[in-house]
Ligand binder design. Structure first.
Ligand code: ZN
Ligand code: ZN
Length: 253
């Protein structure tokens, strides 16, 4: 029996998260902590703006809306506690943590925007030293900044995500998969409409596909089938999830 490290209640096989430190976690519990953190941050922000406002706008005794110093101190203490709990959970999530960009910012602050492989000052990616699927964690000392050039050559060496066969669970992508594969084999370009969850609109992309990848995700499927290639719109190598594509076609030059 496995128990959630947050609420100590039994975890349900289908909905739990196995953390890399051997503990278990409910999805709902991490969501609850995130919501609590968000609520406190909002409360603090409101207090701050009300306080600032009160300095400029004379109020006739309407001071009761402003929290006392002790109340604000309490909120800050609670927030720090929540942040450290979440930080520790994120350290051991079996996927990229929600605060990935923040982790990258911290490393850049300490080391500069410098590639750990070639020591050049470049735009850098954040990667794991020991990959998650080999037991690596998201702790800062397992994270490295690396430039696009070294990132690409490293990924070619460690071809562990690369895939030339389709898993049975991915059969819905079989048509796209074989179209992309044949485009790679024949040095052809592909064109498709693409939409990230964060974007409202579809954009049409023309991509020189280089390889198909399975990238770990935190969902039940465990992996997202992607294609890596040179995107003509962004003028850079990008990774595209097949599930976010539509109207894929192989195009002649
Ligand atoms: Zn729980
Ligand atoms: Zn480099």
């Amino acid at each position: 029996m496995f128990y959630c490290t947050v609420c100590k209640i039994e975890t349900d096989y289908e909905y739990d998260i196995a953390l890399s430190n051997g503990q278990y976690l409910h999805y709902s519990c991490v969501l609850m902590l995130q919501m609590q953190k968000h609520e406190i941050e909002t409360a603090l922000r409101i207090q701050k703006s009300q306080f600032t406002l009160s300095l400029f706008v004379p109020t006739d005794g309407a001071q009761q809306d402003i929290a006392s110093e002790t109340e604000i101190k309490d909120l800050r203490t609670k927030l720090a506690k929540l942040e450290s709990i979440l930080d520790e959970l994120y350290d051991h999530l079996p996927c990229w943590p929600p605060d990935w960009e923040e982790r990258k910012r911290l490393l850049i602050r300490d080391n500069g925007s410098i590639c750990s492989h070639c020591d050049e000052e470049e735009d850098v990616y954040l990667v794991h030293d020991i990959p998650i699927f080999e037991g690596g964690t998201n702790e800062l000392d397992n994270l490295t900044l690396i430039c696009a050039e070294c990132y690409r050559s490293m990924y070619r060496e460690v071809d562990i995500f690369g895939t030339s066969t389709l898993k049975s669970s991915q059969s819905e992508f079989s048509e796209q998969f074989s179209a992309i594969q044949s485009a790679i084999d024949n040095d052809q370009k592909i064109q498709f409409d693409y939409k990230k969850p964060s974007n409202k609109r579809w954009t049409t992309r023309v991509v020189v596909p280089e390889r198909l990848l399975n990238i770990p995700n935190s969902r039940e499927s465990g992996e997202t089938l992607c294609v890596e290639g040179f995107c003509e719109l962004r003028q850079d190598t990008r990774v595209f999830a097949l599930e976010r594509m539509q109207d894929l076609e192989v195009i002649e030059d």
